[in-house]
Design a protein around this ligand. Structure first.
Ligand SMILES: Cc1cc2nc3c(=O)[nH]c(=O)nc-3n(C[C@H](O)[C@H](O)[C@H](O)COP(=O)(O)OP(=O)(O)OC[C@H]3O[C@@H](n4cnc5c(N)ncnc54)[C@H](O)[C@@H]3O)c2cc1C
Length: 471
């Protein structure tokens, strides 16, 4: 039996970042799939490469949590800055979201006129700026240092944001953009759904500000696919791909780890499996109970992958907002990411496109096989029809591959049905999962524990975990 100091279970953004930070240690990174990166991986299908889920990389500004980690490990990802962060199309309205705040505001005033637009969007930007300038971001339980640092962080949050933590986003919208049209509200909610998996009524004002300000930051495109960033970052780490962790047994101060290939003994285990999928790895009832206490977050994604045989220049990212909900979906919009025309891997012999929308995991798991296949095709065809209406330069004949993934597909490949975790708020803070657990030596990392989803959200959690891990 191989003895190791740290076993990291999963090579998603969280598992890979924490492994890279601790690469000098006796550490093994296990990944059940043949690709690294989880939701941020890139896979090959019938000769063409596709981004699985994540397509935008935000967080490369100096002193952001992600850039701080990249600086520490001396890593420069192979990325290019997108000229426009995101182009949002709603009917005949087109809004380019980018870091030029005044240009964005002009578009907003043109398409969604309201006398308080400047007040609203300036407040969003200010709250976002104050948050990212905070130095004491920390949230961990079950350790003295964790509790002390979390208390400092919460006090600083209360001082800096006071009412913005308690007021709901929707309330602030009603107060500031009173009489807002349904169309404008859909525009706001569609963006919140992609950044925070929620709409304004379920978010605090602060969370809404962070979600809406996402495209005001520089957005980067990963050359060769998002999985290439992960692959490059972990190249010096002992990586065991295609090796699934099947059972973990606590034995005195160590963990006995049984995988699909071998057995290991580790002093510390860091799980990059979601908080909802971790109980099944243990036979110990008290550990199972810890994980089973978290209520499953049912938000998931439906993703359509398209390969074209043509190469034309498009922006990297578009969001199309429709009037009604998509079938089987909890969203009125879908997000389209094109490979860069100069990307030698993704755009080889034609563009690669990843299109995603939001669904509920349970909707798919409760269907019979035939119903599942029918509904999957129905949603794929619906999205394809709408996509072709909005991108008239692309013809159906240009498509050489099209297929899609539901929560069941995600489960098969990366052992998770849900996508993203809950947004932390004052209401759920006490029960919100943190990187450390009541079990000595057992940690979690990724988007279902603090701080949340996406590169920067997960990186924030990784920074806290790294401090907890290394005292
Ligand atoms: C459709 C979609 C689009 C998105 N778009 C963006 C975007 O544009 N930008 C952005 O920043 N974020 C985006 N996100 C969110 C982002 O991708 C996720 O928040 C992030 O990738 C999650 O990282 P994680 O660390 O939680 O790991 P995960 O992605 O959950 O990866 C966990 C890894 O652990 C492995 N694993 C699990 N169990 C085991 C086991 N028992 N043994 C071995 N290995 C195991 C899995 O195979 C997987 O590789 C998107 C998400 C989705 C679904």
């Amino acid at each position: 039996m191989q003895e190791i100091d740290i076993a990291v279970v999963g090579s998603g953004i969280g598992g890979s970042l924490i492994s890279a930070l601790n690469q000098a240690k006796d550490l093994v990174l296990f990944e059940k799939d043949s690709n690294v990166g989880g939701c941020a991986s890139t896979f090959k299908h019938m000769g063409a490469h596709f981004n699985t889920g994540a397509t935008t990389l935000v967080g490369l500004e100096p002193n952001s949590p992600l850039q701080n980690i990249f600086d520490t490990i001396n890593f420069k990802p192979n990325v290019i800055k997108s000229d426009i962060a995101l182009c949002i199309i709603q009917g005949d309205k087109i809004v380019d979201r980018n870091s030029d705040f005044e240009a964005f505001l002009q578009d907003i005033d043109k398409h969604y006129p309201h006398k308080n637009n400047r007040i609203f969007w300036t407040r969003m930007q200010k709250l976002d700026n104050v948050f990212w300038e905070m130095k004491s971001i920390y949230f961990a339980k079950y350790s003295l240092s964790g509790l002390i640092n979390s208390t400092k962080f919460i006090s600083q949050m209360a001082l800096s944001f006071n009412i913005s933590l308690l007021e709901s986003g929707k309330n602030y919208i009603d107060r500031t953009l009173h009489g807002i049209s349904d169309e404008y509200l859909d525009f706001i909610n569609a963006q919140l759904l992609i950044t925070l998996q929620e709409d304004a009524k379920n978010l605090s004002l602060l969370a809404m500000a962070l979600g809406l300000s996402y495209p005001l930051h520089d957005v980067y495109y990963a050359n060769g696919g998002m999985g290439t960033v992960i692959k490059d970052m972990i190249q010096n780490i002992e990586l065991h791909k295609n090796e699934c962790i099947e059972n973990i047994q606590k034995e005195n101060s160590k963990f006995i780890i049984s995988t699909s290939k071998d057995t290991y003994k580790a002093s510390k285990v860091i799980l990059n499996s979601t908080i909802y999928d971790s109980a099944k790895l243990f036979s110990d009832k008290s550990i199972q109970q810890y994980y089973n206490n978290f209520e499953f977050n049912d938000r998931s994604a439906f993703v359509v992958y398209v390969k074209l045989n043509i190469s034309k220049e498009f922006l990297h990212h578009y969001q199309i907002i429709l009037k009604d909900f998509l079938p089987m979906s909890i969203s009125k919009s879908f997000f389209v990411s094109f490979s860069d025309i100069n990307d030698d891997i993704l755009s080889k012999s034609g563009l690669s496109i990843t299109i995603s929308t939001h669904t509920q995991a349970r909707l798919w798991s409760n269907l019979s096989f035939i119903e599942y296949e029918d509904k999957k095709l129905e949603l794929q065809e619906f999205i394809l029809r709408e996509f072709l209406c909005y991108f008239k330069e692309i013809k159906k004949e240009d498509i050489i591959q099209i297929f899609s993934a539901t929560s069941k597909t995600f489960d098969r490949y990366i052992s998770r049905q849900n996508c993203g975790g809950e947004a932390i708020s004052f209401k759920n803070a006490l029960s919100f999962p943190t990187c450390n657990t009541p079990i000595n030596g057992l940690y979690n990392v990724g988007d279902t524990v603090f701080a949340g989803q996406g590169w920067n959200g997960v990186a924030m959690g990784v920074s806290v975990l790294n401090k907890e891990l290394n005292g």
